[in-house]
Design a protein around this ligand. Structure first.
Ligand SMILES: *Cc1c(COP(=O)(O)O)cnc(C)c1O
Ligand code: SF4
Length: 338
């Protein structure tokens, strides 16, 4: 958009001033057609529109196919039913051990401290997940601690979402301190889309919290397109990488958003500018309402093969799918040689 009014604004102010009205979003982008609007209003009844103004500033005006807009604008196609697209594609409701806890993978353990996200991504596999019933309260720490002690194989805790960086630094610090008190834990990982949609979230307190922890701290950001990473975002990410915090990126392969080797390669190079390592490229989870982002297996394989040819190995994200009940994310490219 024209001027950056919001990007450097305090992140809490931004979080309390999200765009949630489809009409306002479309007007800001000069896209007030009745068809887009009525579809957006209907689809937002199932999963609300939610987008920070700093992210809208990264979109092109008057472009209904802007790749950032497509990820957040509710669309009438979400209301279609499609075989195989279900509300809980990963069977997470089963894997729930304690409030807020998902332990599916041997050495790592997922902790959800909040159900809130700064942005609602239309393709999200958790769009139907009943978060609110399932968050740990302060007193649940005793049970979580006991669970970790009973599973000494766990050496990494992943704060996931909702989006953990919507929490205050104070609340994060409290949980980091609790986790640090367990010698078995070596790594603290945070999965968040906030550094992309509200880059000012990477503030001094957060940087020092991550830098000073006894644990190895890893931030996994979630960016799907190079236009999401403007110069300000790059500078903010540098604040972490220059303090030796490891920053990785995961993306989702989305029809209409980043479905070409050219786009994905551009994203990888942009991540390199920000000193962020491409980690995963997920194929879409078959969640109800996201069918219009789905790509045929043939095109996925074609895109990825071309991506491998274009990029040095260290810039190629691993193509994976998450399959309910598997012990790890399933790699989709190449076969083991033994
Ligand atoms: C993806 C995921 C992890 C972490 O997997 P990595 O392959 O280590 O990135 C852990 N727990 C759950 C439930 C996950 O979905
Ligand atoms: S959990 Fe992540 S992908 Fe899903 S809506 Fe929140 S920010 Fe988007």
């Amino acid at each position: 958009m024209i001027n950056y009014l919001y990007q450097e604004q305090n992140w809490k102010t931004q979080l309390s001033d999200l765009i949630t009205d489809p009409k306002e979003l479309l007007q800001q982008l000069q896209l007030s057609t009745d068809q887009l609007l009525s579809g957006a209003i209907l689809a937002s009844e199932q999963f609300k529109l939610r987008v920070p103004r700093a992210f809208v500033e990264k979109m092109n005006v008057a472009d209904p196919f802007d790749p950032l807009l497509l990820q957040v604008l509710p669309h009438h196609l979400e209301l279609e039913e499609h075989a195989g697209f279900v509300t809980d594609p990963l069977g997470e409701e089963q894997a729930n051990q304690l409030p807020g806890v998902l332990h599916k993978y041997q050495s790592r353990f997922l902790l959800t401290l909040t159900g809130a996200c700064a942005v609602h991504c239309r393709y999200c596999f958790r769009r139907h997940f009943p978060y609110q019933e399932n968050l740990p309260k302060n007193e649940d720490w005793i049970n979580i601690r006991q669970y970790l002690l009973d599973h000494p194989d766990i050496n990494e805790v992943i704060l996931s979402g909702g989006d953990p960086l919507t929490l205050t630094n104070q609340k994060l610090a409290l949980w980091v301190e609790r986790l640090e008190s367990l010698p078995q834990l070596k790594i603290l990982r945070i999965h968040s889309r906030v550094p992309i949609v509200i880059p000012s979230r990477i503030d001094e307190e957060l940087v020092s919290l991550l830098k000073n922890s006894r644990l190895h701290t890893i931030l996994v950001i979630h960016s799907n397109h190079e236009s999401e990473i403007d110069d300000y975002t790059v500078r903010q990410l540098h604040r972490l990488t220059e303090k030796q915090v490891t920053v990785l990126n995961q993306a989702v392969l989305l029809k209409g958003v980043n479905d070409s080797a050219e786009q994905l390669a551009a994203l990888s190079y942009r991540l390199l500018d920000a000193r962020v390592t491409p980690y995963y490229l997920h194929v879409l989870d078959k969640v109800k309402g996201a069918h219009h982002f789905d790509l045929a297996t043939d095109s996925i394989s074609q895109i990825y093969t071309e991506l491998l040819a274009r990029l040095p190995g260290y810039l190629v994200p691993k193509l994976v799918r998450e399959i309910a009940g598997e012990n790890n994310k399933t790699p989709l490219y190449g076969t083991p040689i033994f």
